[in-house]
Design a protein around this ligand. Structure first.
Ligand SMILES: Cc1cc2nc3c(=O)[nH]c(=O)nc-3n(C[C@H](O)[C@H](O)[C@H](O)COP(=O)(O)OP(=O)(O)OC[C@H]3O[C@@H](n4cnc5c(N)ncnc54)[C@H](O)[C@@H]3O)c2cc1C
Length: 382
């Protein structure tokens, strides 16, 4: 049985970053991934992910975001690639809605630059958008988007360059604690290590079954439109955008390179009983809410042909906050799950947090609010 210091299970967004941070510490680390790096069967595909700091979900995330930005920049410097486009984020919604109020709160508490525009100013500065008079408009200039698959690959390549081992196409079936270490059984064999990091994304329900975490997987679709209007192009200053509307929360990305205008709905999505059986086809009614959003708020894109769609999965917790913790009985097993459709921007710092927890059992990052005890009750803790 081959022996490692640490084994990372699931090399997607979070696991790739954990592999990198562990390898950087000079330990003997193995990554096990059931598919290939950058695949489209999990939650880290589809070209782009929004990154922002004025976090409406809760100001407690902001210190993690500040570190995440720093680490993405470091990864860009190491790889010589542009991973993060700071094209800004336009947020529109009712003044008293959770999104606008939450952005303002995080910006105020953490001194993040957010400009307020009138709907008229927004329309003249960003001519692709139609913002009705009753909406509040906020612009976070330092926000933007990450190239999601490129980020995953960059972490993995940098991990390999630092001596990590990677097995793709190898599925983990069982993780057992063995004294103070772990034994991991896969399609191909058995491995032992001092500790394991589990980052199963939408497959976490199976990998972490014994913990009984209340995770629900949702089917989410992304759409690309063949827009010719220059107002939606990145190089013409089009930002990423997010609209909190009475019909749902919609967001999207400017046209860049050969990719069309990408738009999706953050709210909604049907429950997926088995992530291996996700329906990736376009069902009747799937596109309607996004098309209706375009008609209302991006009128010059409303008639554009649908170029492509992709299916992805959110792994939801009941309060939509992440779960990052150690196994209650076997602290040599650490895990990160339940990213609830907003986790990717954090991957760089989550990798660092997981490496800290695996290597020393603690981290200086403020993650207490993400512990499992809030979902399972205090008796579930160590
Ligand atoms: C449509 C969509 C839009 C999103 N938009 C944003 C956004 O704009 N901004 C943002 O920050 N976040 C966004 N998110 C959320 C973000 O993408 C996810 O939170 C993040 O990618 C989750 O990463 P992960 O590592 O947990 O999961 P994944 O990247 O899916 O990684 C899990 C990995 O584990 C592997 N695995 C599972 N089981 C096993 C096993 N038994 N053996 C071996 N390997 C296994 C899987 O194959 C997979 O590679 C979005 C998500 C979706 C679906």
């Amino acid at each position: 049985m081959r022996r490692y210091d640490f084994i990372v299970i699931g090399i997607g967004g979070m696991g790739g970053a954990a592999l990198y941070h562990l390898a950087q510490r000079g330990v003997r680390v193995l990554g096990l991934e059931r598919f290939s790096i950058g695949h489209d069967r999990g939650s880290s595909h589809g070209g782009t992910r929004i990154i922002r700091r004025a976090y409406f979900e809760h100001p407690a995330y902001v210190p993690l975001l500040i570190r995440a930005y720093h680490l993405w920049q470091e990864l860009e410097a190491q790889t010589g690639q542009v991973l993060l486009h700071r094209c800004g984020l336009l947020v529109c919604g009712p003044a008293d809605g959770a999104v606008v109020a939450g952005v303002r709160r995080s910006a105020r508490e953490h001194g993040i630059v957010v400009e307020e525009l009138t709907p008229e100013e927004a329309g003249s500065r960003f001519p692709g958008f139609s913002v009705s008079k009753e909406l509040t408009v906020l612009l976070e200039p330092e926000a933007g988007f990450l190239r999601v698959e490129a980020c995953v690959r960059a972490h993995v390549m940098q991990a390999l360059a630092r001596g990590a081992e990677l097995h793709e196409g190898e599925r983990v079936h069982r993780v057992t604690a063995d004294g103070t270490g772990v034994v991991i059984e896969t399609d191909n064999g058995r491995y032992s290590a001092a500790g394991a990091v589990i980052c199963g994304g939408p497959y976490s329900g199976t990998l972490l079954a014994e913990l009984g975490l209340p995770l629900q997987v949702r089917r989410k679709l992304m759409f690309w439109y063949g827009v010719t209007e220059p107002a939606y192009r990145l190089e013409r200053g089009c930002p990423t955008f997010a609209f909190d509307t009475p019909n749902g929360f919609f967001y999207g990305f400017p046209v860049h390179g050969p990719e069309g205008l990408k738009v999706a709905e953050h709210t909604g999505g049907a429950e997926v009983a088995d992530p291996d059986m996700l329906d990736r086809s376009l069902r009747p009614g799937d596109e309607e809410p996004v098309r209706a959003f375009l008609v209302r708020h991006l009128p010059q894109a409303a008639q554009a042909p649908l170029q492509a769609h992709e299916a992805c999965m959110y792994t939801m917790t009941p309060d939509e906050h992440f779960v990052i913790d150690r196994h209650p009985q076997h602290p040599q097993i650490v895990y990160a799950a339940g990213f609830s459709g907003h986790g990717f921007k954090f991957a760089s710092v989550i990798g660092e947090v997981l490496a800290d927890l695996a290597a020393s059992g603690r981290t200086s990052h403020p993650i207490a609010f993400l512990s499992a005890a809030r979902l399972l009750g205090p008796s579930s803790g160590r």
